[in-house]
Write a protein that binds this ligand. Structure first.
Ligand code: APR
Ligand code: ZN
Length: 240
């Protein structure tokens, strides 16, 4: 069986499918790991309930308090896993990163071909006039962030429970997964749909899973690396 280095050397059209586990090395907790965001409650509420569309509309003040406290890491930096994927893109081997993460770290690492299927904390829009705002608007506004232009509520472009993921990112993600020769699934429990089902579009040669814990894709994978994604990717030789 080839190792990851051999698979990467032989591949020409790689897609990386990532989850929160590739950002833990940057200091951002995952969701379902032992110390993940979903491991505890917040003011007696479950994070999954707070991160829902209905909670956002019914309790916007509490939503933004939780969101600022638990989902924003503006100082987090890309780690070795992100940087390796950027080198793969510069080497012309990467067709895209499909990410469930909203931390923006793949783009901050320099990747251009990124499909943020759950959105990004770096993009925020007025719900009334659709004006765009950066992350500083959310960070610097007390309580519910309001549009400077029309006073409407500024909502993060982050897919909440009960909302559909971004259609165009999903279409692009499925297109690239269906055309790639190698799919590297890294740092995800594959717990959430439709993201987890994107793997059904893969018909290529090498399916690789890099994850600290077992995943539903393990038995279909050619190679399963049980470990820290940052260390696994850091060890790769990627000739740009
Ligand atoms: N290296 C490798 N794997 C890791 C690391 C690491 N350094 N740290 C954590 N992991 C693994 C965990 O063991 C877990 O299996 O990454 C996986 C992360 O799984 P989740 O916490 O469920 O995160 P994710 O799969 O991205 O969640 C998907 O769920 O709540 C929604 O919108 C949210 O995008 C998120 C989606
Ligand atoms: Zn507005």
């Amino acid at each position: 069986m080839p190792d990851l280095q051999q698979i990467i050397d032989r591949s020409r059209r790689i897609v990386c499918f990532t989850g929160a586990g590739v950002s833990t090395a940057s200091g951002i907790p995952d969701f379902r790991g032992a110390d993940g965001l979903y491991a505890g409650k917040w003011k007696g509420l479950t994070p999954e309930m707070i991160l829902s569309q209905s909670f956002f509309f019914l309790h916007p003040e509490a939503f933004f308090e939780f969101y600022r406290e638990k989902l924003l890491f503006p100082k987090a930096k890309p780690n070795a896993a992100h940087l390796a994927m950027e080198r793969l893109e510069r080497a012309g081997k990467l067709r895209g990163v499909v990410t469930q993460n909203v931390d923006g770290l793949h783009k901050r690492a320099g990747n251009k071909l990124v499909y943020e299927i759950h959105g990004s904390v770096w993009e925020n829009y007025c719900m009334d006039c659709n004006a765009f705002y950066g992350l500083e608007k959310i960070l610097n506004s007390p309580g519910i962030p309001r549009c400077d232009r029309c006073g409407g509520v500024v909502k993060p472009w982050v897919v909440l429970y009960g909302e559909a993921p971004d259609k165009y990112s999903c279409m692009g993600a499925c297109r690239e997964i269906s055309n790639c020769d190698t799919l590297i699934v890294a740092g995800t429990s594959l717990s959430v749909e439709p993201a987890a089902s994107f793997l059904d579009y893969f018909h290529g040669k090498h399916l690789v899973v890099v994850n600290a814990e077992p995943t539903p894709a393990d038995d279909k994978a050619e190679l399963v690396l049980r470990g820290n994604a940052a260390e696994v990717f850091e060890s790769l030789e990627i000739r740009v």
